[in-house]
Design a protein around this ligand. Structure first.
Ligand SMILES: NC(=O)c1ccc[n+]([C@@H]2O[C@H](COP(=O)([O-])OP(=O)(O)OC[C@H]3O[C@@H](n4cnc5c(N)ncnc54)[C@H](O)[C@@H]3O)[C@@H](O)[C@H]2O)c1
Length: 437
């Protein structure tokens, strides 16, 4: 593999007339390690690789300029490579200051991808990176949390006229974009990739479920069995985390604001209570709500000595760290991604990954097998927008339900599994309103 960046430089600017685009990554010398990781992911993403094989000859993205703002992981690299292989030009930034895998970013930069991403960036640098991807004047945007699309709408409105569409990867982003569309503020069509069944019901449940536990384990090395494990939010992500913690032998406590979700949690065998009650009992806490201030000062004040606090919702506001800092008398880092806060009475609380997505900051994010389906949806959504975006209304669109079945079918095939098909008689029976007992 050729490395086009000098190992001593962290920034590459295009020379006049050069074909290599600009990039800024932490350490270009990590490229070979990143490429190995990407190869590992490729071998576990058969659906996306099948799309790549199918669309390389056709080059359907020719003329498309895609700006992406999504966690720079090995799986994302497979998506980026697939989009480029199908003819797109791509410029990328990470969607979280702590989630970039520097070796993967280096590998992409070495391949000539325009990428601005490094682990541990400041908020100012985060938006600087987004702005660099917008310098590229995209025709399509891809978001995970809507920071890129909000940047277009707030600071680069002149670009909206030439962008044919955007996609959104996560629940928090989709909720906000739907609100924006309802207010008539959305300036180009967006596809809610998150809401596809083969995304929301798999990535958020099984992906977040496993990788959040992975993040907690890497940051603490704690035994989960026998612990009181509090999950705030029993939606898609919360359900995944809770069932995995239960499987590891924890007593799982759910806090919720939605009665049906709380009821489902109870019937799934979890305890249900308010955060005020759970705060006194929990050994490990994780928020998965997309809401701010779920755990705050009055909860910190009653927590057990040694309690561990983490978050797997999109933004770092679910645990109110400012309030914790306000009542702490000391703080120190005790392990990577694990900070101890001491309170006036001597109790110690441990915050993982600065209250940011624990699965991406303290572990590697979702396993490749599940991102295979999410990113196949991304690829097909971008293709739809590239082809039809100009005719689509400026609102949030869902992916066709048939696409879910198609992706799931290919996934099952790659797993060596076959399922039954309805016979013609069964199909007729399902809609026969004259049939009875
Ligand atoms: N960590 C990851 O890699 C990852 C992956 C996918 C989604 N996400 C993010 O995780 C968050 C949750 O996503 P989801 O798909 O599970 O959403 P969801 O809508 O399915 O579930 C969220 C749940 O949180 C509950 N909730 C809201 N406010 C609450 C509060 N104050 N206390 C307790 N419960 C509350 C809601 O009632 C709902 O049941 C979002 O921010 C999403 O963007 C993270």
């Amino acid at each position: 593999m050729t490395t086009e960046i000098s190992p001593t430089s962290t920034q590459r600017t295009p020379a006049k007339g050069a074909s290599t685009p600009a990039a800024k990554v932490a350490d270009p010398s990590l490229a070979a390690q990143g490429q190995l990781k990407i190869g590992w992911a490729e071998s576990r993403m058969p659906v996306l690789m099948a799309l790549r094989a199918r669309y390389v000859p056709e080059q359907p993205f020719r003329g498309a300029r895609i700006a992406g703002c999504l966690h720079v992981t090995k799986e994302t690299a497979v998506l980026v490579q697939t989009l480029r292989a199908a003819g797109a030009e791509v410029s990328w930034s990470g969607c979280n200051p702590l989630s970039t895998q520097d070796d993967v970013a280096a590998a992409l930069a070495a391949e000539g991808v325009s990428i601005y991403a490094w682990h541990g960036m400041s908020t100012q640098e985060f938006y600087w990176c987004i702005d660099r991807t917008l310098d590229f004047k995209p025709t399509l945007t891809l978001d995970d949390g809507a920071d890129l699309i909000f940047s277009v709408h707030a600071r680069h409105t002149e670009l909206a006229a030439t962008i044919v569409g955007g996609t959104e990867e996560t629940t928090t982003g989709v909720k906000r974009l739907r609100a924006m569309a309802a207010d008539g503020k959305l300036r180009y069509p967006v596809i809610a990739v998150n809401d596809a069944e083969t995304k929301w019901d798999f990535d958020n449940v099984y992906g977040t479920g496993q990788s959040s536990i992975d993040g907690i384990l890497r940051a603490t090395s704690m035994l989960i069995a026998g612990k009181n494990f509090v999950v705030a939010g029993y939606g898609h992500c919360g359900r995944g985390v809770a069932s995995r913690a239960q499987g590891l032998g924890a007593d799982v406590i759910i806090t919720e604001v939605r009665p049906t979700a709380a009821l489902r949690a109870r019937l799934d065998g979890m305890s249900v209570m308010t955060m005020d009650e759970a705060a006194e009992l929990g050994d490990i806490f994780i928020t998965a709500t997309g809401m701010k201030d779920v755990i705050r000062e009055r909860h910190f004040r009653v927590m057990r000595d040694g309690a561990v606090l983490s978050n797997t919702g999109h933004y770092d506001c679910e645990i109110n760290l400012k309030e914790l800092e306000g009542i702490a008398t000391g703080r120190r880092t005790v392990r990577p991604n694990n900070e101890e806060f001491t309170l006036a009475d001597g109790r110690r609380l441990y915050v993982l990954a600065q209250g940011r997505l624990v699965n991406l900051a303290a572990a590697e994010g979702h396993p490749s097998e599940v991102m295979d389906m999410s990113f196949s949806n991304q690829f097909l959504a971008l293709l739809m927008l590239h082809r039809e975006g100009r005719e689509m209304t400026k609102t949030v669109h869902d992916l066709p339900a048939a696409q879910d079945q198609q992706i799931a079918r290919i996934k099952l095939e790659t797993m060596g599994l076959r399922i039954d098909e309805l016979t013609a008689e069964q199909q007729a029976y399902s809609t026969d309103y004259s049939a009875g007992t």
